[in-house]
Design a protein around this ligand. Structure first.
Ligand code: AHG
Ligand code: MN
Ligand code: MN
Length: 334
């Protein structure tokens, strides 16, 4: 009989990957699992519970906050506050980092950065949304106050990262630097089960995901790349197709499973694109590399960028290595 491994079992079995961690990272991943289940429950009944819609306020980045953005944010913060593994947190929905500075959390080792609900423009129309998370070990000594250097580490320092996709099924996908694994939630039982072991981008991809409505603002190289993916090949076939939902988690998940490239270039909402380095691009870049793909800002590896601030934006091109390198070539030629 096939053995069904739960996420909890998998995390414990893989604890040996972190000889220094003494179980705290496993406990932290379990906190994310728990918060993910709570958010999942809210999303699934949102239409009935009257928690759809906007709250009429904007976050620090000038974006309209949806009720579920804040519900998901509170669920994750409360979960970390109620448990002892996290000493500091940064979120898309908070102006500044928060430091959990009490006796329980001061000794904690980990910093978490989250996008509590990704794709919030899709919430009210029943299209897939997600949660993205990124985990670092603090640099400062445990027991001392958390510093801004603890939060502003380059992405290559991540010890784990992942997302929960609330789609046709709910799947938690994560890496702790030893490949990427996905776990599907069984709502009847209330557990996540290993369903997508050792995910790798397929050798070849044929999907490109970009908001082409912004074409006029794109750099020349990206415009040329888009024209190139739209061309016919020598057999008069179109080798590439376009898919874009407006939820990074959904577009990324599809591209990683089926092969493809995701692009959010500069020149649109801000000169640095729209996606945020700390809680969108870095975790996706870590997953991309662990799944055999490539993630750049057009010329530099995302994971080597040293962040300057919590909500810093960065252009993101990630996906199948070959496809990303082709886009980089167009960008370089201009
Ligand atoms: P969020 O809902 O967390 O603010 O993120 C939205 C992001 C990302 O999910 C998506 O890929 C991108 O914004 C879509 O932006 P456009 O609507 O500009 O294409
Ligand atoms: Mn987002
Ligand atoms: Mn969000």
């Amino acid at each position: 009989m096939e053995r069904h491994v739960t996420l909890g079992e998998f995390i414990i079995e893989n604890q040996k990957d972190f000889p220094y961690a003494k179980g705290e990272l496993s406990a932290l991943l379990s906190s994310i699992k728990l918060a993910g289940k709570l958010v999942n429950q809210q999303i699934n009944k949102a239409g009935l519970a009257e928690i759809l819609g906007k709250i009429g306020k904007q976050n620090i980045q000038g974006e309209n906050q949806a009720k579920l953005d804040l519900i998901a944010n509170d669920i994750f913060i409360d979960t970390f506050r109620n448990r002892g593994e996290v000493c500091g947190l940064g979120s898309e929905e908070l102006e500044d980092f928060i430091v959990f500075d009490d006796d329980i959390h001061r000794e904690a080792k980990y910093i978490v950065l989250i996008d509590p609900l990704d794709g919030s423009s899709n919430i009210d129309v029943d299209i897939t949304v997600g949660t993205i998370f990124s985990i670092y070990r603090r640099i400062s000594k445990e027991g001392s106050p958390v510093t801004s250097e603890d939060f502003l580490q380059p992405g290559r320092n991540q010890v784990a990262a992942g997302y929960i996709i609330y789609g046709t099924s709910t799947i938690l996908v994560y890496t702790s630097g030893n490949g990427v694994n996905g776990f599907t939630f069984d709502p009847g039982i209330g557990s996540f089960f290993l369903s997508h072991p050792n995910i790798k981008f397929p050798k070849k991809g044929n999907t490109y995901s970009i908001n082409e409505g912004n074409y006029i603002h794109f750099p020349k190289g990206i415009k040329k790349y888009i024209k190139w993916v739209q061309e016919l090949d020598e057999n008069e076939n179109r080798p590439f197709t376009s898919r874009y939902t407006g939820s990074l988690v959904a577009d990324f998940h599809r591209n990683m499973l089926l092969g493809g490239i995701y692009l959010y270039p500069e020149g649109t909402t801000s000169p640095h694109g729209k996606l945020r380095l700390l809680y969108e691009s870095n975790p996706m870049a870590f997953l991309t590399e662990q799944a055999g793909g490539k993630a750049t800002d057009g010329s530099k590896r995302i994971l080597d960028i040293t962040p300057k601030e919590l909500h810093q934006r960065v252009p993101l091109i990630c996906g199948n290595r070959e496809m990303v390198e082709k886009a980089e070539k167009f960008l370089k030629e201009g």
